[in-house]
Design a protein around this ligand. Structure first.
Ligand code: ATP
Ligand code: MG
Length: 552
């Protein structure tokens, strides 16, 4: 790329992948681009995958290209259609459409034929060594490997043995097919990498047709090539695999797909490996893959995240070439940005104490109009009933309040949001000293929209005691207590850092309009946070609070 193009790219704030793609399009290397998202259907997608999805689909969209969804289903033991279905649902929910749905297993015949072709070219052989022998004989970074005694079998013998492997003549582990490259190569992956292994297991798509399955390094580049993928984007740890990816493509003389690597997404207070997430699910540390504390897409969806927030997050994180850890509060910030603009507002009291308006007629109900969204004061309204007995948050009353406390205190005044100003006249305590009732008088002249507006320093939320609905609110903290979960010492179990307080369930009281909310997204409980009605159990999951800990 010329210096000039790079300068222009920097000015336009392009990431390195956009630079490469623009260059490939402008030089005519490709007429259009084709990317792919290649999940292995062995678990649910997490926020790291969401980053990869936004990147692959986002780049294709930006440059008028397409994206294939390809299930990398080369290991029958761990894979399942349950995962296939959830992955498709999650990608759609994120707002993306794939051009084609493919499976690596669609290409097993072709991959097999190419393996025979490599055998015929003298570039692959059947090895009878055990897995352990192969591992030991691979050598180390400073020491060359030892060639297998089976390395120089004739083409005919290799073909015969490989066909017998395919036909089920051997047990698991008895033989493997390896590429014949260089046992002294400085890149360890070139020391005769495995191409096929024997696994007598039913595959979720091909059933019992195969008992040999291709390895990632052999299959991935070829699958990309079959589909004419132009830009095969994966995470950094695969950069050492790229020469091998190129080697197979070159030796087979097939469409030259290219691999590019970017830094995988890591988040503070989070583990992201599917193995660990599976362990949390299997051992009931969480309540399934879609537990709202999980970093899975189905988990954060149930928590109240929106696709818009996740796409915004992926955009803000950008594309790095070096591994880093992103602050989880950036994800929360993105959610707040999205919800602040469009979430409906309601009042709910999470930790109630009774507030009695002494000069309010028994049985009288007055309704106040309140906007569903303050950004649209003339937009849709909800009706909030006001009665003699109300509930407010315990934290909004203080017996011995400091001067700067502007909520309710003895003899103090506060505005009940959307309604009257009330003045505290007395309060009642039980034998343990807990405040059980607060008495007030209301000022009839402070009714909003009538006469002159009188302002007081504090405004608090409230609900009518009789005319509110009991709801279950679920409050969450980070699933792990350690910020840098990626940096915990070797030998320490990551589960030791599980946060015992990651979930608190409380009974709360919400204004009646909440139950008719049709927005389908999280709502804002005023002054508290954003809550999403759990489609599974009807509880309100706290998606995030109102305050930012992240400064952007
Ligand atoms: P895990 O390590 O969690 O098991 P994986 O890489 O094995 O993940 P795949 O299903 O193979 O999971 O991943 C599909 C795609 O998503 C790959 O291209 C992979 O590079 C990408 N991906 C996985 N995890 C992340 C992450 N944390 N950040 C960005 N991309 C990711
Ligand atoms: Mg993988």
């Amino acid at each position: 790329m010329s210096e000039n193009t790079t300068e222009v790219a920097a000015e336009r704030n392009l990431n390195f992948l956009e630079e490469i793609i623009e260059n490939d399009l402008s030089t005519g290397k490709y007429k259009s681009i084709l990317t792919r998202f290649p999940p292995e259907p062995n678990g649910y997608l997490h926020i790291g995958h969401a980053k990869s999805i936004c990147l692959n689909f986002g780049l294709a969209k930006k440059y008028g290209g397409k994206t294939n969804l390809r299930f990398d289903d080369t290991n029958p033991v761990k894979e399942d259609t349950e995962y296939v279905d959830s992955i498709k649902e999650d990608i759609k929910w994120l707002g993306f459409e794939w051009a084609n749905e493919f499976y690596a297993s669609d290409y097993f015949d072709q991959l097999y034929l190419w393996a025979e072709e490599l055998i015929k070219k003298g570039l692959a052989y059947v090895d009878d060594q055990t897995q352990e022998e192969i591992r030991l004989n691979r050598g180390t970074v400073s020491q060359p490997g030892i060639e297998s005694p089976y390395r120089n079998r004739s083409v005919e013998e290799n073909l015969k043995l490989f066909r017998e492997m395919r036909d089920g003549k051997y047990a698991d582990g008895e033989k493997v097919l390896r590429a014949k490259i260089d046992m002294a190569h400085p890149n360890m992956l070139f020391r005769d990498p495995l191409m096929y292994r024997i696994i007598h297991a039913s595959h979720h798509r091909t059933g019992d047709k195969w008992c040999i399955y291709p390895m990632y390094d052999y299959a991935h580049g070829e699958c990309d090539s079959i589909e004419n993928i132009t830009h095969s984007i994966c995470t950094l740890e695969f950069d050492v695999h790229r020469p091998l990816y190129d080697w197979f493509i070159e030796k087979l003389g097939i469409f030259p797909s290219h691999q590019y690597e970017f830094a995988r997404l890591n988040l503070t207070y989070t583990v992201m490996s599917k193995r660990k997430l599976l362990e949390l699910v299997k051992n009931n540390y969480v309540d399934g893959w879609d537990d709202p504390r999980m970093p899975t897409i189905c988990g954060i969806r149930r928590r109240g995240y929106t696709p818009e927030a996740i796409r915004m997050f992926a955009e803000k994180v950008g594309v790095a070439k070096r591994d880093n850890v992103i602050d989880l509060s950036l994800l929360e910030w993105c959610l707040r940005q999205d919800l602040n603009a469009r979430a409906n507002r309601y009042m709910a009291v999470l930790n109630p104490v009774k507030l009695i308006i002494d000069n309010w007629e028994e049985g009288k109900v007055e309704y106040f109009d309140a906007p569903l969204n303050p950004a649209e004061p003339d937009g849709p309204k909800r009706k909030v009933p006001f009665t003699k007995e109300l509930l407010i948050e315990k934290e909004d009353f203080m017996e011995d309040a400091p001067k700067k406390y502007f909520r309710l205190k003895p003899d103090g005044e506060v505005r009940l949001k959307y309604a009257y100003i009330v003045k505290c006249t007395s309060f009642v305590k039980d034998s343990e000293g807990n405040i059980t009732e607060i008495h007030c008088t209301y000022d009839p002249d402070s009714k909003p929209g009538v006469g002159e507006w009188r302002s007081v320093k504090g405004t608090i939320h409230w609900v009518s005691e009789k005319m509110s609905d009991r709801i279950e609110a679920r409050l969450y903290e980070h699933l792990f207590t350690e910020e840098q979960m990626g940096a915990i010492p070797e030998g320490v179990d990551y589960k030791d850092y599980l946060n015992p307080n990651s979930l608190t369930i409380v009974t709360a009281y919400a204004e009646p309009a909440l139950k008719d909310d049709k927005s389908g997204i999280s709502v804002q409980f005023e002054r508290i946070g954003y809550f999403y009605r759990d489609p599974k159990n009807g509880a309100y999951n706290k998606a995030t609070g109102l305050k930012d800990s992240f400064k952007i």
